[in-house]
Design a protein around this ligand. Sequence first.
Ligand SMILES: [Zn+2]
Length: 539
Amino acid sequence: MRPAALTAALLSLIVSGSASGQGAAPTYQPGIDVRNYDVGITLPDTGSFILGDVTIALRRSAGIARLTLDLVDALNVRRVEVGGRVVSAPHVNNTIDVPLDGSDDSVNVRVVYDGVVRDGLVVQKDAKGRWTWFGDNWPDRARQWLPTVDHPSDKATVSWRITAPAERTVVANGEQAGTRPFTVNGKKLRETRWRESRPVPTYVMVLAAGPLERFDIRENDCHYGDLGQCVRQSVYVMPENRKWLPGVFLSVGPIVSLFERLIGPFPYEKLAHLQSSTRFGGMENASNIFYDGKLFPTQSVKDGLIAHETAHQWFGDAVTEREWSHVWLSEGFATYFAALWTQYIRGDGAYRAEMAGIRTQLLGDKVVATRPVIDSTQTELLALLNTNSYQKGGYILYMLHQQLGDSAFFGAIKSYYKNNRHGTVLSDDLRVELEKTSHQSLRQFFDQWLRRPGVAEPAIGWAFDAESGSVALRVVQKSAYELELPVVVTDAAGTVSRLMVKVPADSLATVPLPGKYSAKPRSITYDPDGRMLARITRL
Ligand SMILES: [Zn+2]
């Protein structure tokens, strides 16, 4: 997502149980793997009262006798069934403690509940008096309205059965699986079904309901997603905003085409872009991007925001960080792929300028200076929406791209995506793919940029040895980084040559420049284009 304003980052949420562990198995509740949520939900025509009926299909490991579902205490659990039998399942401390009797490894747990939702599903009446309902779960607010194993390490498919007044447009993840109109006490209602057949994290499981109007994006060529079907894109807005469509949403086709070329087929059944009440500027719900509704009346949605949220469909939604501390695998990727969209649509100069702006920001940023990107001690999840996860993460990908070149970089991105799509990852899964295509170890690179606060701060001098005709750099570093340092030498005759020099991760290093010089060079400059994430001083 992209934060709407600083206020979003200041909102505090208490995190429950940060996961730790290795391997692709869910880590939040060891031994429990939710496969599918079958969500039935009834939205009355006014107010925030909902009726919920959710069946959770899960697999459990041998010996696992209890399931903990996250659901806030403010909602009333009316009944819990395990395998069709009613059980006693205490609902305290925002969790439901469900006994799993029997020995089957596959279990269905049904939770029937109701109550007034206060968060997660945002229920609002707008200035014109129209009720709207929008899910807004990031990071762990699914539990505000859905009984779930509410952690990104446990992805699942989801089916929606949403009952709402007949005149309301209802959209959810995946593809529409039918509608059924019916009447109760003279009131016209409609049940709308949607089905997401790809496992997604709970933080992107959402519905939207309101007087939304759909605008289909016409495209010359259809995108074939990884289900082998045509991927349709639509925009849903409040009626008064339909007149200016498609507007900026003309870019959604080319954005998906570009990312398909760079990454792989689009992961989901459709892609909807919705005017919504998300607290973020944009939120990458799977197959359902929600944008800040306030951007629409002034036509302020930018293609950079669309590109960022669209990139998340691959990175974040289809390939999901298994632990929150690796959230740069979502936000850094969305930041960098939005910059690649800039390069595609506005040229190399605009792309370099975008990255230079990010670099300037990073060199002066307090969070970057004091905390690492993989920040496992940060338990306040909203605080992870910071310069490290977004800009530094994006800049790390930019440095890898420059250092390894197009072929090795995009080759690794493609295999990282393909091997992990619809699963979960940690940063080392990316490193392994980059090492395969580049045939070099990137352990030091990943450690220094992701697990250390700050940026490189080398002090560099040079000396000319007249006898041998050689030039050597002397590099002093307090926090030692291994660097691929661009060096520009202007020799005594005024000839300029550009060199790439590998500086080892040592506190004191002498690095000979390649070649011989007949006289002392006139000048030597380091990283003249300012591409390295480094503050360089002269010795
Ligand atoms: Zn984002």
